[in-house]
Design a protein around this ligand. Structure first.
Ligand SMILES: C[S@@+](CC[C@H](N)C(=O)[O-])C[C@H]1O[C@@H](n2cnc3c(N)ncnc32)[C@H](O)[C@@H]1O
Length: 322
């Protein structure tokens, strides 16, 4: 009942090396958020979702608890749930249960860059949903969307957790346009987006008092130390996260606490940091309904359903190919 195809090979090692070289060589240093997620990074993200300050997971869960049946009906009761960036699929259970209750559930396709969590999730889910066929894909969804299997009986392609907010506008448009091109007439995209709100709540969510988000942020340096034989001293950087109201996005960085040089042996690269210099490690865009309708239209998609929590903090939207 479980198959997991792994599409991370030497190419992905080379892609990481290229990304990191480019990201650390320019005048504004930057690392892609997908490099947070080794086994430790996935565990830390799970801890973040349980923090009192981190409302997005709670409110997305609230919508899924209350409205999954409606969402599944609005999506035409499809047989397959594909999930991009599935992680532990903790909230996905509500959708799977609604599909089971509607007697349409056949296949779940978790797609994630982290191999460990994809295996663990698949094993738990076959126990919880007897008869469910699981076809996991370990790959980079920005590069390997075409590996997602096409299925009869319609699909929901879910992209939860606000992960779409990690993409800059142009790569986001390209990504959504590629997703739109994949959608058949019976397929729907289900997208989770955090909504614009006051700065204090946004900043608190990314600066938790227990310091878990800071540890998650610094984990990318541990990944580079291990994968590229770098010598980042994690104590020589601090976590910074603030809201850029003009661009409507959280801006998350690591700030060097001293003048320092870091060696990345595998890249034969020496990176100089001045005290106070930063590496951007993630953005997390916040959305409005109007803005998202425009984003969908630009990507060849049309809004087909809008579901929010009671406080209107977060939205799940259904989209179809325009
Ligand atoms: C913000 S977490 C969300 C996890 C889960 N969907 C949730 O809502 O709690 C992002 C997830 O996407 C995965 N991920 C991030 N970038 C990815 C990429 N480029 N390709 C595949 N998976 C990716 C991570 O491993 C992680 O499980």
């Amino acid at each position: 009942m479980i198959t997991v195809d792994v599409h991370l090979d030497e190419d992905s090692g080379a892609a990481m090396a290229g990304d990191v070289r480019r990201g650390l060589s320019g005048p504004r240093k930057e690392l892609a958020p997908k490099y947070f997620y080794d086994e430790r990074g996935s565990q830390l993200f799970e801890q973040i979702t349980e923090l009192p300050e981190y409302y997005p997971t709670r409110v997305e869960r609230e919508i899924l608890v209350e409205r999954s049946s409606e969402i599944v009906a609005a999506a035409g009761a499809p047989a397959t749930l594909v999930e991009l960036g599935s992680g532990s699929a903790a909230k996905t259970r509500h959708l799977l249960s609604a599909m089971r209750d509607a007697a349409c559930l056949r296949t779940y396709v978790p797609v994630d860059i982290s191999e460990e969590i994809t295996h663990e999730t698949a094993e738990c889910l076959v126990e919880e949903y007897p008869g469910l066929e699981i076809h996991g894909l370990v790959c980079d969804f920005e590069h390997h969307l075409e590996r997602i299997p096409d299925r009869d009986g319609g699909r929901i392609i879910a992209f939860l957790g606000g992960t779409i907010g990690n993409l800059y506008p142009e790569p986001r448009r390209e990504f959504l346009a590629r997703l739109a091109a994949m959608l058949g007439p019976d397929d729907r995209l289900l997208l989770g987006t955090d909504l614009v709100k006051d700065r204090a709540r946004l900043e608190a969510a990314y600066n938790d008092s227990a310091g878990v988000t800071a540890e998650f942020n610094k984990n990318v340096l541990s990944v580079l130390n291990r994968e590229l034989d770098a010598d980042f001293d994690l104590d020589a950087f601090e976590h910074v996260a603030d809201y850029d109201a003009d661009r409507e996005r959280m801006d998350i960085r690591l700030r060097s606490l001293a003048d320092q040089a870091v060696r990345v042996t595998e890249l034969d690269l020496e990176v100089e940091f001045a005290a106070g210099e930063e590496i951007r490690t993630e953005i997390s865009a916040k959305f409005t309904r109007q803005g998202l309708e425009r984003i969908y239209a630009d990507a060849g998609l049309g809004l087909a359903g809008w579901f929010t929590d009671a406080g209107a903090d977060y939205a799940l939207s259904l989209a179809r190919r325009a």
